[in-house]
Design a protein around this ligand. Structure first.
Ligand code: PAF
Length: 283
């Protein structure tokens, strides 16, 4: 596995080969390795010399605050070790000054209908930061494919819409959320929780899963289902930002005759903000 630090190294390494990009902020876990496996699967199918590139860049533009940026987990050596045992061809680790060389960065502004709700409501400028950095990475790496996890479901939709609106010739490959044995979605931010707190952190998933089961039983009082879950989280020491049942295509509030849902939630637990979602169809 090659370590590439600038666009020149990247261009030399890839030369004319097509590329698959897996953008990350490091602190890699099994969930990221599942994205690599998805990329490798495509390479095997295409039987071409497609280079799999993982980028690691902690993007200051998408952080809530300076403090959020500082406390984001960093474990580069561990990331290298994990990636070198996977089937990645290269890891791209740009410097902040190369990604944002200007004093004032040109920021993308995604459509409000998709980006000012849910995560966008609680993290102002988050999707501006994400789409700006992802567009930059796309322009630098020039991938044919990019792989994203469904755990950040709204992020995936925003990036798909960016690709569509900017006529980018990039296909998104999406990968299901990986969970620990209790159901907790794997996330780099889980590293900020103590071992004891990790055990209880699956409660967010349990609340979303319970909503899914009630929807499957025919309950369609969406607001009450969400309100009850919020109350349960609060009673268990969480500070929920939102719990909601949405249409997975456009994130509009679910309607009574819908049969395809995404149940999304975000909540703070022991000072760490966790997000999760469950995507499913009624039989
Ligand atoms: O999902 C992430 O890790 C980040 O939001 C991304 C896509 C790498 C952009 O910084």
């Amino acid at each position: 596995m090659r370590i590439l630090q600038n666009t020149h190294d990247l261009a030399n390494f890839c030369h004319k080969s097509p590329r698959i990009l897996i953008p990350t902020m490091g602190a890699l876990h099994e969930g990221h390795l599942a994205l690599v496996e998805r990329a490798r699967h495509i390479v095997n199918l295409k039987k071409q010399d497609i280079k799999i590139i993982v980028s690691i860049f902690i993007n200051p533009l998408q952080m809530e605050s300076e403090q959020d940026f500082k406390k984001y987990p960093r474990q580069l050596q561990d990331d290298y070790n994990k990636l070198s045992q996977s089937s990645v061809d290269a890891v791209f680790i740009p410097l902040t000054k190369d990604i944002y060389p200007e004093k004032q960065t040109f920021l993308l502004s995604p459509p409000a209908s998709l980006s000012s709700i849910l995560e966008g409501e609680f993290r102002p400028n988050f999707f501006e930061g994400v789409s700006t950095v992802v567009l930059k990475l796309f322009n630098i790496v020039m991938p044919k494919f990019a792989v994203f996890g469904k755990k950040d479901y709204q992020q995936m939709l925003v990036i798909k819409e960016m690709i569509r609106q900017f006529n980018l010739d990039i296909k998104i490959l999406s990968v299901d959320t990986l969970r620990d044995k209790r159901g907790l979605a794997l996330s780099s931010r889980n590293l900020l929780l103590s071992a004891d707190d990790l055990i209880n952190a699956s409660f967010l998933f349990e609340c979303l899963d319970q909503i899914k089961n009630l929807l499957l039983k025919g309950n369609d009082d969406f607001d009450k289902l969400a309100r009850d879950a919020v109350a349960k989280l609060i009673n268990n020491g969480w500070q929920p930002d939102y719990i909601t049942i949405r249409n997975p295509i456009n994130l509009a509030p679910a309607m009574v005759n819908d049969n395809y849902f995404v149940v999304l939630g975000a909540a703070h637990f022991k000072g760490v903000r966790l997000i999760d979602n469950i995507l499913f169809k009624l039989p």
